[in-house]
Ligand binder design. Structure first.
Ligand SMILES: NC(=O)c1ccc[n+]([C@@H]2O[C@H](COP(=O)([O-])OP(=O)(O)OC[C@H]3O[C@@H](n4cnc5c(N)ncnc54)[C@H](O)[C@@H]3O)[C@@H](O)[C@H]2O)c1
Length: 394
């Protein structure tokens, strides 16, 4: 097996242009042989900017190439199942953008296809591989395994810690400041993008499951399937994650803030730029570089405050010219793709597999149901374990 995985990219639209082309073509462990799209303009863009060896409008050309070991499926989510089934049937490993599926039947079909063919599926929940999330998970994991109380912790009770069942839980808060004016029109189509709960909140549901580390059992959501929701997710161990998704916000300010609390540890993940830790010895603050910084002359402020200052400069330029991009933070796209290379080259485990994809789909569906009913909705063992874990006849 060579030291470069030969891959094809199927779907060369916005996310390919904004993120994956740059990452895939610059990764020394990947050889992007094919680019495939239905639209001439997208193929022309790929050819002009990245010069892949082969271009096609027919994805079967990519799948029938015996040199191709893996494919990136970057189409919109309404056309995923058939592509995944066809790729798996030809033994290709798959990186598929999120959400993996938009209903249970589709999720089941995808799980079955990849398991029967024994190929790896990496679902594009890239935040799992962001450097800040990786560090936070390491700190949390160390503290969980050995929850040492900081010597400065304020303790009113004499005679040691009062151990309560709920004191073992993890509490998570996720705030998303988004602007619906930036959304692509397919994302708001009820039968293509299925709205923000399915298309965007699936990222945060997946991340919450990864952080807490056990299964979600109940969801309560208020708001709309399309935009603007608050969601409370409860887990098997009584951990709770609250997700507030405001699509009526502004890119002038950082988009995401994640807070994690566990046994005297507090972690704040401030928009992939600064991790702040409290309640433990050793780490207090870690700063992360921008992935792309078009405003290097703006150095004032730390963490997300620097982003605010750079956004202000971006806005001054945008008022004069439409070509004023926002600075880009590292949300883990490159890291996840690199792990896909591990799957193809080394047979490594997928960092975000078909079960993770199916779980996020199921929770998103339940959240929509909850918002419409106005009631909390159980995520039942019957649907989850029976359909996804044990019901798969391979
Ligand atoms: N992980 C992230 O950060 C992130 C961000 C944005 C979008 N996404 C996901 O990426 C996916 C694509 O989003 P987008 O905004 O790039 O959409 P898009 O519509 O801009 O691009 C999709 C492309 O797929 C092509 N396509 C469709 N069917 C095809 C087929 N059979 N063969 C070849 N090409 C085909 C279309 O022609 C189109 O160019 C969505 O599912 C979205 O949820 C992920």
């Amino acid at each position: 097996m060579g030291n470069r995985a030969t891959i094809g990219i199927i779907g060369c639209g916005h996310i390919a242009r904004d993120m994956h082309f740059g990452n895939a073509f610059s990764n020394p462990r990947l050889r992007v042989k094919w680019c495939c799209d239905l639209l001439d303009e997208n193929l022309a863009y790929a050819e002009k900017n990245y010069a892949p060896e082969k271009l096609t409008k027919d994805y079967m050309d990519v799948l029938n190439d015996p040199e191709v070991q893996g494919v990136m499926i970057l189409t919109t989510h309404d056309v995923r199942l058939k592509l995944i089934e066809d790729a798996a049937a030809r033994g290709k490993h798959i990186y598929a953008e999120k959400p993996m599926a938009t209903d249970m039947r589709e999720a089941y079909g995808i799980m079955k296809a990849v398991r029967q063919a024994n190929v790896k599926l990496v679902v594009g929940f890239n935040r799992r591989c962001a450097p800040i999330v990786r560090d936070a998970m390491e700190i949390l994991g160390r503290h969980r395994a050995n929850p040492v109380t900081a010597p400065w912790r304020y303790k009113r009770r004499e005679g040691g810690e009062q151990v309560m069942k709920e004191s073992k839980a993890t509490m998570v808060l996720m705030r998303i400041n988004d602007d619906y004016m930036s959304f692509k029109s397919y994302a708001m189509d009820p039968y293509v993008g299925h709205g923000a709960v399915m298309g965007e909140l699936c990222h945060f549901v997946d991340l919450a499951c990864k952080i807490v580390g056990c299964e979600p059992v109940k969801v309560y959501a208020e708001g709309w399937a399309r935009i603007n929701q608050s969601m409370i997710l409860q887990f098997e161990d009584q951990s709770i994650c609250t997700i507030v998704d405001a699509a009526v916000g502004s890119f002038d300010h950082p988009k995401e803030l994640i807070e994690i609390y566990h046994k005297g540890l507090s972690l704040q993940l401030d928009f992939y730029l600064q991790l702040r830790a409290g309640g433990i010895e050793g780490v207090q603050k870690i700063d992360y570089p921008f992935k792309e910084d078009m405003y290097p002359e703006i150095t004032e402020g730390e963490g997300s405050m620097r982003l605010i200052n750079k956004a202000a400069e971006r806005n001054r330029r945008a008022a004069r010219s439409a070509e004023a991009p926002y600075p880009v933070v590292d949300k883990g796209h490159y890291g996840l793709l690199d792990r896909f290379a591990d799957c193809v080259l080394l047979g490594a485990e997928s960092p975000c597999d078909e079960l993770d994809g199916a779980r996020a789909t199921l929770v998103a569906l339940k959240a929509v149901e909850s918002a419409r009913l106005g009631l909390p909705v159980k995520i039942s063992v019957d649907e989850y374990d029976f359909v996804f874990r044990e019901g798969l006849v391979c």
